[in-house]
Design a protein around this ligand. Structure first.
Ligand SMILES: [Ca+2]
Ligand SMILES: [Ca+2]
Length: 269
């Protein structure tokens, strides 16, 4: 029998032989061991449940400290874990730690490391800016850095950064190229981003071959669907051609997404 099991058995047996109140002590040598202590010895994994701390490795206390801090911040600040993980990844890339390995509890961003971090976020969008444009965007975010660092020491700790990140990660400048194009179109047409998303879902259904354009055949199928005219009765050719010309504003024989939104606002929705 393993030594640990023998000890446990002795320990439990010891509790069973302890005299109850009022019972004369028979001389049995016994030591009171709290049940919780026995459970802690027999179930060490219960101290840190894997589902709570999935990255826990007892031999790496610095990592544990960081993981606990990440979970605490997410819970206290109401930040979704996906967002928090992205914040952690960025912070670890650019922050400096007072003590090695404890970036989340002792690390900080200076203004220059914050600028590097913002540049990384801009690069990851895939959108290329010229130097003047990029400097302007960075200047704007440096302004938010000044107001985000709570203790006015000129550096941002992880908690400051987590709050900053959760409120700025959906800024248009940090969206990918497609999403930024959608936001620009939304402003150009005076349509809300939510409506633009809805139009895009309809457009993708009509664009059956996924070419990114609606051709004459796809357009005809769309008209049948919206007019609910049975195909065996058929739509008048002149009506179909007039509608297609109304939608195809640049007369290149197909309808792009912007044309589709304008046409839909006039004729479909
Ligand atoms: Ca198509
Ligand atoms: Ca066109």
């Amino acid at each position: 029998m393993p030594v640990g099991c023998q000890k446990l058995r002795r320990s439990v047996a010891t509790r069973r032989t302890m005299p109850s109140p009022g019972t004369p002590d028979t001389g049995t040598q016994s030591v009171s061991v709290p049940v919780a202590a026995i459970r802690a010895r027999t179930k060490p994994e219960a101290v840190f449940a894997p589902q709570v701390l999935p990255l826990l490795e007892p031999s790496r206390p610095a990592l544990l400290e960081g993981v606990v801090e990440m979970h605490n911040c997410a819970k206290e600040m109401g930040i979704p874990m996906d967002t928090m993980r992205s914040a952690v990844s960025l912070f670890k890339n650019h922050a400096t730690a007072l003590r090695e390995g404890n970036l989340l509890t002792d690390g900080y961003l200076t203004k220059s490391s914050f600028v590097s971090l913002v540049k990384q976020m801009l690069n990851e969008t895939g959108v290329r800016h010229d130097a003047v444009e990029e400097a302007s965007v960075i200047d704007r975010f440096v302004g938010t850095f000044m107001s985000a660092e709570q203790d006015c020491k000129g550096v941002m700790n992880f908690r400051d950064f987590a709050i900053w990140y959760s409120s700025h990660c959906f800024d248009e400048n940090f969206l990918d190229a497609k999403e930024q194009a959608m936001r620009k179109l939304s402003r150009k047409l005076g349509v809300s981003p939510t409506e633009i998303d809805n139009y895009k879902r309809h457009f993708d259904i009509v664009d059956a071959d996924g070419s990114g354009e609606i051709d004459a055949e796809e357009f005809l199928a769309m008209l049948y669907k919206f007019t609910k005219v049975p195909k065996d009765i058929g739509l008048p050719r002149k009506y179909v051609n007039d509608m297609f010309r109304a939608a195809d504003t640049n007369c290149d024989g197909s309808i792009d997404f912007e044309d589709f939104v304008v046409f839909s606002q006039k004729f479909l929705y």
